[in-house]
Design a protein around this ligand. Structure first.
Ligand code: GYE
Length: 321
């Protein structure tokens, strides 16, 4: 056992803190950033022994990973839930074993047996995308919106919030959603769904909403192959979520019209929660990330909408130059 250096490490007392992290998978750029962030926060140098499991987007595998953490008698369990339901039994097992659970990113909807959650308000991301499209179409004089949606992995709270938030606007404005299919948050998924859309709805759509950047990358390839142009003042308005680095480069080049950020670097928040719990402090049940909205043009400076908390908010749009 090496002696810990003095400083703000979690294990100032000497013993390493063991943390099990059941990660969703490796489907996207967002996910890579998330994994790196948690691994950095719970590094050995910081006094942790991190047991990391990539659950490969398989819910059964994820439940199994959590059970294995209980077997291993880890000190804390961190879960990014692939789907939002089916959790109560295994979280009860964690509770019975006396292991605190921290949930990050996606939410758990059918159990409250976790100490804290850190993540994004996905519903607001969806609402903001709708508010932006409404204002943008008005500014451009586009009256007839025919929309194709490529959803994220079905049953994930990210997919549910982004779908419902956008749909609220579509319903209120009478937009036509021609189709809405699961692209599984992957580039391949986005490409496959878009290839089939380009066949089924050739010449009939002028908006594509991808629920993450990787799907948008695949959709762009499919549209290019089908001879459909997208982006600023092209055939199709392209909307995306995440605003990862490569996504923002496409906003800068005008290929993606608007990208609604989802902040992936939740590791340090998570480590702060572990430290607080270790010190016997109470922690917030929910912590929301702050997220800017990025656009390719400067014709709109801000959007106003009623968020999921019922507050009317006006938020700046950041033009990527
Ligand atoms: O948007 C997507 C990833 O859960 C918010 O999962 C996350 C989503 C993110 O695969 O890129």
């Amino acid at each position: 056992e090496t002696t810990e250096e003095a400083g703000d490490t979690a294990a100032d007392s000497g013993e390493k803190i063991t943390v099990g992290f059941a990660q969703v998978g490796h489907e996207s750029d967002w996910r890579t950033a998330s994994t790196n962030s948690v691994q950095d926060a719970f590094s050995e140098a910081n006094g942790y022994d991190l047991q990391f499991v990539d659950c490969d987007n398989d819910s059964a595998k994820q439940i199994e990973a959590v059970r294995q953490f209980i077997q291993n008698d880890v000190d804390y369990i961190v879960i990014d839930p692939i789907v939002s339901t089916g959790w109560d039994t295994v979280l009860t097992e964690c509770e019975d074993a006396g292991i605190p659970v921290i949930v990050i990113d996606r939410t758990i909807e059918d159990s409250d047996k976790y100490v804290s959650w850190v993540g994004s308000e996905f519903m607001n991301e969806g609402l903001a995308s709708g508010a932006w499209l409404k204002a943008y179409a008005e500014a451009k004089g586009i009256t007839d919106l025919n929309i194709l949606v490529i959803e994220g992995s079905n049953g994930s709270s990210a997919q549910i919030g982004r779908t419902d938030g956008f749909k609220k606007y579509a319903d209120a404005e009478g937009w036509t959603i021609l189709d809405s299919q699961d692209g599984d948050f992957t580039q391949d998924g986005g490409q496959q769904v878009m290839e089939s859309y380009c066949k089924s709805y050739a010449g009939k759509f002028n908006v594509v909403v991808c629920q993450n950047d990787n799907e948008a990358f695949g959709a762009m390839d499919a549209m290019k192959a089908a001879g459909v142009s997208y982006g600023v003042d092209k055939d199709v308005i392209l909307i995306s979520f995440d605003a990862c680095k490569a996504g923002l480069e496409y906003v800068q080049s005008g290929d993606i019209n608007a990208d609604f950020m989802c902040y992936p670097l939740q590791g340090s928040y998570c480590a702060d929660i572990v430290k607080a719990l270790k010190n016997g402090e109470t922690v917030a049940k929910q912590t929301f990330m702050t997220e800017p909205w990025y656009v390719a043009e400067d014709i709109l400076k801000s959007i106003t909408y009623t968020n999921n908390a019922g507050d009317e908010v006006t938020e700046d749009l950041i033009q990527v130059t």
